[in-house]
Design a protein around this ligand. Structure first.
Ligand code: SAM
Length: 270
C-alpha cells in the first residue's frame, strides 16, 4: 500500500479517515460476514485503494463504490475501471445516502467507513423509507458497541435506538488497529446489522419515535419523564408510564427499544 501511495505521490488525509485495511484475513472475515450472493448489489462507501472492493467484485453481482477523494478515484479507475460489475462515483457518501429519492431495499452496504461520518451514514440508511437488506460496516470499536447495545447497558443510547428500530445487530468482531495503514489511534470492529423482517413501527410513527428518543437522551442523567414533559402533556405521559409499568423516575438508558416503541404508539395517539 505504501508503495502504491508513494508511486502516485498521494499524501493521506487524516480528516477523511484514510486508514487502509491491509490484512487479508480481516478482509475475508468482513466479506464472510456480509453473506454475499452472486446476484447481490453492494454499496461501498470509501473504497480507498480498493482492497475490499476487489473482494466484493469477486463475490457480488454489482458494486457501487462512492469515494470522496478524487486522487483515489483516479487510482481506482486505473486499477479496477475495466471491471464491468463496478460503478465508481466521485462523491460524498453521506450526501448520496441522504438523497431522499434513493431506494436501497435491494442493496447491501459493505464498507470500511470513514470514521467521521460512520454513524450519520448508518443512521441515514436506517431512516430511509427503503433501507438496505444488510449493513456490514467497519468502524471505531466504541461505535460498534453502541450499535450492539441493549437497554440498560453502558453503551446504549440514541445511536443504538435510531439504528435498531429498523435493524437487528447480529454480531461484531474486533479488528486491531495494526491491521490498518497507517494504524488509527483506536481499534475497530466490523458489525453486521440485518434489516428487520417486520417493522416495529409504521412509517407514519417513526418521526415521533425519533422525537421521543432524542428528547429522552438529551440529558442522560435526567429522569425521562421530566424531559418528555417539554413536548407532551403530563396526563398523557403519566398514562403511558403507568401502562408500560415503568417507574416515573426511570432514566432513558434503562428503557428498552420495545418500551420506546410502545411509548411512541401511546404518545402519538390522539
Ligand atoms: N475501504 C478502504 C479500505 O478498507 O482500506 C478504505 C477505508 S478508509 C477507512 C475510508 C475511505 O473513505 C477513504 O478512502 C476516504 O477517502 C473515504 N471517504 C472519507 N469520507 C468520505 C465520504 N464522505 N464519502 C465517501 N468516501 C469518503
Amino acid at each position: 500500500m505504501r508503495s502504491v501511495l508513494d508511486e502516485s505521490g498521494i499524501q493521506l488525509t487524516k480528516s477523511l479517515g484514510q486508514n487502509f485495511l491491509h490484512d487479508g484475513n480481516q478482509l475475508r472475515r468482513i466479506v464472510a460476514a456480509a453473506e454475499l450472493q452472486p446476484t447481490d448489489r453492494v454499496l461501498e462507501i470509501g473504497p480507498g485503494l480498493g482492497p475490499l472492493t476487489e473482494q466484493l467484485l469477486e463475490h457480488a453481482g454489482e458494486v457501487f463504490a462512492v469515494e470522496k477523494d478524487l486522487r483515489l478515484v483516479t487510482l481506482l479507475e486505473k486499477r479496477l475501471g475495466a471491471q464491468p460489475k463496478l460503478r465508481l462515483l466521485h462523491g460524498d457518501g453521506l450526501e448520496i445516502v441522504r438523497a431522499n429519492a434513493s431506494d436501497w431495499a435491494g442493496w447491501k452496504l459493505v464498507a470500511n467507513l470513514p470514521y467521521s461520518v460512520a454513524s450519520p451514514i448508518l443512521v441515514e440508511l436506517a431512516s430511509n423509507v427503503h433501507p438496505p437488506e444488510r449493513m456490514t460496516a467497519t468502524l471505531q470499536i466504541e461505535v460498534a458497541r453502541r450499535l450492539m447495545a441493549k437497554g440498560g447497558a453502558d453503551d446504549y443510547g440514541l445511536l443504538s435506538l435510531l439504528v435498531q428500530l429498523r435493524f437487528e445487530p447480529k454480531g461484531m468482531f474486533k479488528i486491531p488497529s495494526g491491521c490498518f495503514f497507517p494504524p488509527p489511534d483506536v481499534d475497530s470492529a466490523c458489525i453486521t446489522l440485518v434489516r428487520r423482517e417486520r417493522e416495529l413501527l409504521p412509517e407514519s410513527l417513526r418521526p415521533t419515535f425519533v422525537r421521543i428518543v432524542k428528547r429522552a437522551f438529551s440529558q442522560r442523567r435526567k429522569m425521562m419523564v421530566k424531559l418528555l414533559k417539554q413536548d407532551w402533556a403530563v396526563e398523557q405521559l403519566e398514562a403511558a408510564i403507568s401502562e408500560l409499568q415503568i417507574s416515573p423516575l426511570i432514566r432513558a438508558e434503562a428503557v428498552t427499544l420495545e418500551q420506546f416503541v410502545r411509548l411512541t404508539e401511546m404518545l402519538a395517539a390522539p
